[in-house]
Each structure stands twice: as C-alpha cells, then as structure tokens.
Write a protein that binds this ligand. Sequence first.
Ligand code: 89Y
Length: 345
Amino acid sequence: MMEEKLKFAVLGTGFWSDFQIKGWQEIEGVELVALCDPEGDKAEESAKRHGINRFYQDASALLENETLDFVDIISSIPSHAQLVRLAAKKGVHVICQKPMAEDFQTCKELVEVCQKAGVQFFIHENARFQLPIRACKDLIQNGEIGQPFKARLTFCSGFPVFENQPSLANLDQFIISDLGVHLLDTARFLFGEVEQIYCQTQKVNPKIKGEDVANILMRMQNGIDCFVEMSYASYLEKESFPQTLMLIEGDTGSMRLDHNHLLTLTQKGKGSSSWKVDPPVYAWADPDYALIHSSIVACNLNILSGLQGKGIGETSGADNLKTMELVFLSYDSAQHNQVMKPKHG
Ligand code: 89Y
C-alpha cells in the first residue's frame, strides 16, 4: 500500500525558502500544501512560483484552516520563537531554520514547549550533511588517521553575502549566529561535545552591525583541540565560499579538505592520496550555493526519516540546543575575554 504523504506548510517565503521548497520537491513522501508570509504579496508570489494553491499572510489563519503534519519555518530569526510556539500549540510537528532563536533561554523554552505539546522539533541545520564533511567523518570512524588530536575548520571568505541576504547586515550578532552555528555543529558532529570554549571577534566591514570575524578555540571532551575560524572580510587567493575547509590531525595521519571538495588523506608510512568528493548538483541550485543546496535535500531526508519514525533525525531541537549553547558562549567569551564551559554538552 502507498504510504500517506506528510502534508506541510512553509512559513516564511524569503530568499532561502525557494531552495528549501525545491529541496523538498526532490523528496517523495511529503506534500507542500500552503505557504505563509506576513509581508505584502510574498506568499502569493512564492505560491505561483512553486505551483501551490493556498497562501496566507497570517500564520494563525493558516494553522486554523489547514490540516498539517508539520511546518517548515524559514522566516526571520526573531519570528522563529512565536511560530514554533504557535505550531506546537496546534499539535503540528516543527522544523525551524538555524539559528533556532536569538538567545539561549528562548532556545531552551522552545525545546520544552515542543516536548510538552508532544510534537517533534527539528532544526534545519544542514552543514553536517555536506558530502565532503560526511566523507571526513567516515575516514575518522574507519580509523584512517588513528586517534584525532587536533583540527582546524576554516570558513574565511569575501563572498558578498549581504547582496542576497541583506537582513544579515542588520543583525547585532552576525557571523557566529549565521555561519558559526554551522561550523560549531560540524565540530560537534565530527568530534563530540565541548569541554571548554574561547572566542575573539572583530568587525572589519564598517557597513554592517554585527561582527564579521570570529576565532574560536575549543577543547573537546575527548581531548581534541579544535580551532574554528570564520570571516566574511577575507579576500584570499582562492575564494572557497561556501565550503568549510578542514585539516584534521590524528596520531597516525591527517586529512585535509580543500578547495573544490578535494580531500587528501595522509597516512604514516604510506604517503598521501587525494580524491574529489563532489556533492550532487541540483538543476535548481544557485551555482554559488550548490554545495549547501545539495545538503538541504540530505538534511530534509534525515528529518523526514525522524518524523516518520524510520530513523533518527540528527538535528533535533534537543541536540541543536548544544550547538546553540556554543554560539551564545562564544559571544559571552568574546565579550568577557573568558574561557567558558558548556553545561548542556
Ligand atoms: O545564511 C548562511 C548560511 O546558512 O550559509 C551561508 C549563508 O547563506 C551566509 O552566511
């Protein structure tokens, strides 16, 4: 017998939602039934672009009128909390874009609200689903570099992010909450939880509100030292947006993830070998973001398996709380020039 499709609505129809919707349309087992955006004709225009019949300006009206299994919240960061609460109250499962909320207290509250309402809560945190990052995790798990003791994750770019996403320029907290959240989650995915964290930030671009450079040093619970560096003020020989470059060292070897998804494995006594780990490129992807856009599909598939009870959705609200704690501890660390220790890891 054919399985019933899970019906869902998208809340928020800005720049990112087009790709998120296309990502869902790659996947069987779900049906997008309605869209909502409070701003002008945005929901109607998005509905036309994606062939969806029903659109709303008011999320409460949408939740009142539609029979849904879940919502995918792709709206502005300040609106996440209210929309998560609204959907949970209606007994609808929730997927919410990263970063979950503007402060840690609210993140904790949202996880609790969903738990109490008996609805599943996932964060669309897609970086850990990038194929080259998965390939590195496999190499670590297969023992190819022995016991890792040191890692560097680098995302330093001069890509004009504010052209496509102008709202990023107005965030009081910019690069760690928008981008660092991906890198910190990737570090947790690869190396486990964090013992302590120290961060320094800078604002180089005078036209934006928040910080655009952050350097974060973490000691992981298993003893690995992990340095995470990010910048949108870096004009480098090779522009690598939107790739996270990595160097991971273990006691019998190392791996380097380089530009154009080139992975190099070096093993003691055996030398080095390199190969490409290219992600699938979808026709609808923006070429500048193709790597991220392919990870949208992989992330959605994982969340869907969680919603259907077929597998474990890795990026549950409860799991993502640990990533969000690192985001806010990074800001605290930079503000007070202090090493911080997570409580929830
Ligand atoms: O919003 C950000 C994200 O999630 O990936 C890259 C980005 O588009 C700009 O930093």
